[in-house]
Write a protein that binds this ligand. Structure first.
Ligand SMILES: Nc1ncnc2c1ncn2[C@@H]1O[C@H](COP(=O)(O)OP(=O)(O)OP(=O)(O)O)[C@@H](O)[C@H]1O
Ligand SMILES: [Mg+2]
Length: 297
């Protein structure tokens, strides 16, 4: 994955811009741009990243490329996810985050993994077995072990003991019970923090349909339910990276048409920006409504 600093450096080379040129274009100081590129910017990284993304998107548009991307925005919902993840990490606890599709769970986890180099991010898929998960963990921990599940589990436990690391599991609702049990054992033996993230049925999976897995569920410290839609301010914060976040009508329309869903919002924004690309006008409520007709309900 290319970082925004890398994208900016590539854009600077293409346009023959100096750091001073970039600074002037986005109204920041030369030192700020230099720090951003070297990954040492100590100020409000999100705000600065937003300005840089806007610049890159604008320039790409000039080249006829529709390349609209948003950086990660620390929304109120993301702040709550951060809170329970930090508790898991700092207290060696299990935290659960669950909520509807397209609300920013994976985006948050990827951000958290970037910010916490000690974290181990597991991306689950529907074919995941306990063994596949353990093998994936061994690979991430650079463990070259062969053997049965017990051997793999013990190797992982040995490696993670007193490591202060945190295990992040995305789409954890897809994990079979045995895999969840392996995670519980690793947690019990190493006390590393675990963050399980998934759709709402994850909570049912953790309890067992008839409450038969309560031993596992009782280890969960915090459970954050983010529901099925984001609050209007979150939608405004994400949209504000690409378009004028102070336009209340536009923001209200985006909230209505996105249904509070970040994935739908990003499709809406991409489509609306594409629609206005040719006439170089800003995105308006009419354009958003126009493009929303193309989105499936
Ligand atoms: N905090 C955020 N900042 C910027 N963009 C975001 C943020 N959260 C979500 N998005 C946008 O919404 C899209 C969908 O988010 P994401 O894939 O993280 O949702 P999810 O909750 O993991 O969904 P699913 O349950 O289907 O996996 C992202 O690709 C991104 O464009
Ligand atoms: Mg996801």
């Amino acid at each position: 994955m290319t970082t925004y600093a890398e994208q900016l450096t590539a854009m600077m080379a293409k346009r023959n811009w100096s750091q001073g040129d970039v600074a002037q274009k986005i109204g920041m100081s030369h030192a700020t741009i230099s720090a951003f590129i070297s990954g040492n910017y100590a100020g409000n990284v999100e705000k600065l990243t937003g300005k840089i993304i806007n610049l890159i998107n604008r320039e790409n548009k000039k080249d006829g490329m529709t390349c609209v991307s948003t950086g990660f925005v620390m929304t109120e919902t993301a702040k709550q996810m951060l809170f329970v993840s930090d508790i898991a990490r700092d207290d060696g606890d299990i935290s659960v985050i669950c909520g509807g599709a397209g609300l920013g769970k994976t985006s948050f986890l990827m951000h958290y993994a970037r910010e916490n180099p000690g974290s181990i991010l597991i991306e689950t898929d529907p074919s995941f077995t306990a063994r596949a998960m353990l093998e994936g963990l061994c690979r991430k921990l650079s463990l070259d072990v062969k053997g049965n599940m017990h051997v793999l589990t013990e190797a992982v436990i040995k490696k993670l003991q007193n490591s202060g690391r945190v295990l992040l599991v995305d789409e954890a609702e897809l994990l079979p019970y045995r895999a969840l049990e392996v995670i519980r054992r690793i947690h019990d033996k190493t006390r590393i923090g675990v963050v399980l993230v998934g759709l709402e049925r994850l909570v049912t999976n953790l309890k067992g349909r008839r409450g038969e897995f309560l031993q596992l569920y009782s280890r969960v410290g915090c459970c954050l339910k983010i529901g099925n839609e984001l609050p209007a301010d979150d939608i405004r914060a994400i949209a504000g990276q690409l378009i004028d976040g102070d336009d209340d009508d536009l923001m209200a329309t985006l909230y209505e048409k996105s249904g509070g869903n970040a994935r739908r919002l990003s499709k809406l924004l991409r489509g609306a920006i594409r629609m206005v690309e040719t006439n170089n006008k800003p995105v308006s409520t009419t354009i958003v409504r126009e493009f929303a007709k193309y989105l499936i309900d």
